[in-house]
Design a protein around this ligand. Sequence first.
Ligand code: HEM
Length: 458
Amino acid sequence: MTNPAIDIPITTSSVARRWSLPVWLVIICFVTFSVLLGAGVAIWKNAPPIPAIVRSPSHEIILTQADIKNGQETYLARGGQHIGSVWGHGSYLAPDWTADFLHRWGLATAGVLYNESPDFEQTDLEAIAAPERASLEARVKQQFKTNRYDSETQELLLTEAQVKGIERVFADYSELLKHGSAVHSIPNGWFADDKQIHDVSAFFAWTAWTAAANRPGSPFSYTANWPHDDLIGNQPPAQFLIWSIVSVIVLIGAIATFLFIYLRSEEETVETKQQTLELPAITPSQKVTSLFFVVAMALFLVQIGAGMITAHYAVEGHGFYGIPLDKFLPYAASRTWHLQLAVFWIATCWLAAGLYFAPSFGREPKYQGIANAGLLVALTVVVVGSVVGVWAGIQGILGNKYSFWFGHQGYEYVELGRVWQLLLIGGMVFLVVADVSRPPTCLKERRKHYGFKSFLLL
Ligand code: HEM
């Protein structure tokens, strides 16, 4: 049986481009990564301080830097960003803890200022007559917006009302973190240890302070008045709204300009050539590479399963059709698996596509099949290690220190422990170096037909 004849479109450009597309790619990567790195340095330099001591006017120590840092590590190690969020990024089944803590703290402080009691709800505030309420709100704003951090001594002074308010919020959080909540899919006993509960609350309190207190010399807070809260005076500054709108317009304008210039300078002619398909024999490395796709499909199925469990938790916070699943696979773990496995199966397909097509560009190097099998084993070790690791981190089995390295780093999309992340990056870099160092004679031959596409594929 002869192979069918197919039409192959060959595109040629009649206008010579001053710079080729790979050069543009390098320029764009250079510019955008420079901006990204510049922004990273600016964020690092302007990060809000973590006070050595947070104290009351009577010199009582309310929190220490060690409490806040330990709370942050504990929160991240236990997959906190997959249950709620701080400073606005993370999951939203539970509240944004910065916003929640800040508002509770604002209300409790208002209660102390109003009638000496921190037991004060939103309804109590709304029941106050308008003029009196406005005066109370102005006093609450003054308490929270004034920055009482001393950079010399590294001490943060809270007002008497704020101290009474924060104690009330700590009591609320102790209840929530210990006994969980079906509405927010927080398992009963998420934290059993009182010290951990105190420190995680201290971390939330610190994020709330940074969101409220004005940055020195500035009319808005360290987080540019985010999250929004009218009670403590967090409204978005006008220039941020304007710059957000301007940036969207600039983005759309830049894309339009690029397309305009590209399409104007490009006159392509498409020629169609008939060619009989040659189906080359499958090489040993390609046979091994097919297994990558089997692994990717398995990961995809588990990812979808984890997505379905995650979705169900929004309805039945503690379980799955009556099974108390949150004891073994809590929301934070199923959501983490859902996101992390998506990254893994996409990366596996990307690797596999490159490996599968590579022999079509020339002769297959000796032992390539064994090398690909080695890569598959390495990938499996990283996937299994990180999937088990994030689960163990969330369940509190690994402790804060080991969770960072082998369990859960706590970030979204980069959940896997740092060791697994480094191994994955190492594998990718090795693959790129191995590909680029291979003499691309075949690529040169084919370049006239496929050009930039061959470059991208490699
Ligand atoms: C039956 C299929 C799926 C179900 C039931 C499902 C369910 C979910 C659920 C419940 C969440 C959490 C939403 C939240 O935090 O509020 C989620 C988030 C997410 N899912 Fe899926 N998912 C499915 C398929 C996929 C696929 C195929 C991908 C990617 C290849 C994907 C990528 C993501 C990502 C990236 C997030 C995080 C979004 C964010 O944080 O904003 N999902 N999914």
